[in-house]
Design a protein. Structure first.
Length: 166
């Protein structure tokens, strides 16, 4: 709003701005704040309920779905994978072979899948409900591509070492 107000006073050209320094005297903070605070956003009651967090009480089925793992167990597995990657990555470069190719491919894909899935759940799921199906398909294509690369080509670790030799 303040930039629109400034452009309105300037007439849209930089030359007028340079020739009229009294413009800045006309733009007091109080006149700018009036324009900014005059704009209000009103949501309909249905929209405000849509964006409101639900506080409970929750039913036992809502607290833990039958298809879901407990959050603490899932969190522990994510951390174990993340910490194990600290050892798997250097070991896979030092001891190159099919076992390490599959270890690095699976841990990197799991770590990436869980990270992006968390972002999608937190920020996009409410607005684009089918985004998880798209992400699941993309992740499956990614792991299939890595496994194919490990079976039919040099493997992930050899490819990384070849890139570093360039």
């Amino acid at each position: 709003m303040a930039s629109n107000c400034l452009l309105r006073y300037c007439g849209g050209t930089a030359r007028r701005l340079c020739l009229r320094p009294q413009i800045f005297k006309e733009l007091s903070p109080s006149s700018i704040s009036k324009n900014v605070t005059a704009k209000t956003i009103v949501l309909s009651p249905a929209m405000s309920h849509y964006f409101q967090a639900r506080r409970g009480p929750f039913t036992p089925e809502e607290k833990q779905g039958k298809h879901m793992m407990m959050a603490s167990t899932h969190w522990k597995i994510e951390r174990i994978i993340a910490v194990s990657m600290l050892g798997i990555m250097p070991a896979s470069i030092y001891f190159q072979g099919p076992f390490w190719d599959f270890m690095i491919a699976s841990t990197v894909m799991l770590h990436g899948y869980w990270g992006v899935n968390g972002v999608l759940t937190d920020y996009l799921e409410k607005f684009i409900p089918f985004i998880h199906w798209f992400w699941y398909a993309l992740a499956m294509a990614g792991i299939a591509g890595l496994l194919n690369f490990n079976y039919n080509d040099v493997g992930v670790t050899k490819a990384i070492s070849l890139v570093w030799k360039l």
